[in-house]
Design a protein around this ligand. Structure first.
Ligand SMILES: NC(=O)c1ccc[n+]([C@@H]2O[C@H](COP(=O)([O-])OP(=O)(O)OC[C@H]3O[C@@H](n4cnc5c(N)ncnc54)[C@H](OP(=O)(O)O)[C@@H]3O)[C@@H](O)[C@H]2O)c1
Length: 333
């Protein structure tokens, strides 16, 4: 579906953007891939690796609506990956996080509508479900803006959906590189916040493949959630350094013991498909059907049981220590 098309990726120089670009170039023949982000050095470095004729690099901020509109001219598909995503930084600089994650979302929506983009997928996070920190709260606002955007599309045919998933193994600033550094430095112990802590676990490639697939599945308004395994953080420590001591240091501000992707309170809006869930909008769309039991690929979903919650500690799929080792190897760490 991306052959001959123009795709714009906000935050295209980030972990997700680079993997998405690499995958698009491997599997399709896009007319253009536009990378939209702020930092010229990251773009310069990406250009050294991705120097194909179809690549375009736009310096721009998602806070700048005019620049986004200029960048989106003749664009078919948009992936909105740009975000401020470090939980502590968001707590200390709340307005900066709000401007990028919420105002930026609104700008992406307006530019996509004005430029008649066909489909837009915005990336979300498990931290947006029942949020307890500002980062999660801004991503929930962003999710709501993208869902509601399907109602303001008016005469435009642009459709908007959201993809939500959990911890990407090895992404910048996450637990795996943190533990790796301590292991290399031969630290005395690995700090564990809580012995019961669990997290969802996904590779970057799985995240990219899930987004690609959902461009085919979407009608607009869905929050797509993949079925992925969970891990216990204590098992991750054992998988990475079986002989190293661990020390419990307590949950940090803004952190949850377990993450949620589909809140129980939204079970009556949640549909189970073979390999994913769909949270349907809590608003009705006037211009289209509001049936989310079947998607554009004709896959069928069923309503989940009342109160069903998709949570990292209540997941039927938990990785053992051996499976974590294998999984992390697959993640090309
Ligand atoms: N990594 C995870 O574990 C994870 C899990 C679930 C969901 N997500 C979501 O996935 C998305 C991508 O994450 P990632 O891991 O690829 O993040 P990342 O590696 O930190 O990349 C973020 C990208 O956004 C750009 N950016 C930041 N602020 C911007 C702004 N104001 N205007 C334009 N571009 C801006 C950055 O480039 P510049 O700094 O040069 O602008 C960079 O290209 C995010 O929306 C995140 O919330 C991530």
């Amino acid at each position: 579906m991306f052959d001959g098309k123009t795709i714009l990726i906000t935050g295209g120089t980030g972990s997700f953007g680079k993997k998405y670009t690499q995958t698009l170039l491997k599997r399709f023949k896009p007319r253009k891939i536009i990378i939209y982000s702020r930092d010229e050095l990251k773009q310069f470095e990406m250009q050294q690796v991705f120097n194909q004729d179809c690549m375009r690099f736009f310096i721009g901020d998602v806070r700048d609506g005019d620049r986004l509109k200029r960048a989106m001219r003749d664009v078919d598909y948009v992936i909105h990956a740009a975000a401020l995503k470090q939980v502590p930084a968001a707590e200390y600089n709340p307005m900066e996080c709000i401007k990028t994650n919420i105002d930026g979302a609104e700008n992406v929506i307006n530019a996509s509508l004005d430029c008649d983009v066909k489909k837009v997928i915005a990336l979300s996070t498990d931290k947006a479900a029942n949020p307890v920190n500002l980062y999660g709260a801004t991503k929930l606002c962003s999710d709501k803006l993208f869902v509601a955007a399907n109602n303001i599309a008016g005469g435009h045919s642009t459709t908007f959906s959201v993809v939500r998933y959990g911890n990407v193994v090895g992404s910048r600033g996450s637990v795996v590189p943190f533990f790796e550094k301590l292991i290399q430095e031969k630290a005395d112990y690995l700090p564990i916040t809580h012995e019961e802590m669990t997290r969802f676990w996904i590779t970057l490639q799985q995240g990219v493949d899930f987004v690609l697939k959902n461009f085919e599945r979407m009608f607009g308004g869905e929050v797509f959630v993949p079925k992925i395994p969970s891990i216990k953080i204590t098992d991750l420590a054992k998988a990475m350094a079986p002989d190293m001591a661990t020390k419990y240091i307590g949950i940090r501000p803004g952190e949850k013991l377990h993450e949620i992707m589909c809140p129980g309170e939204l079970s009556h809006h949640t549909y189970e498909y073979d390999d994913h869930y769909v949270i349907s909008p809590t608003i009705s769309f006037s211009s289209r059907a509001n049936d989310y039991t079947v998607n554009a690929l004709k896959e069928k979903g069923k309503v989940v049981s009342e109160g069903f919650e998709y949570s990292s500690n209540d997941n039927p799929d938990f990785l053992s220590i051996e499976e974590i080792i294998e999984f992390n190897q697959q993640a090309e760490l």
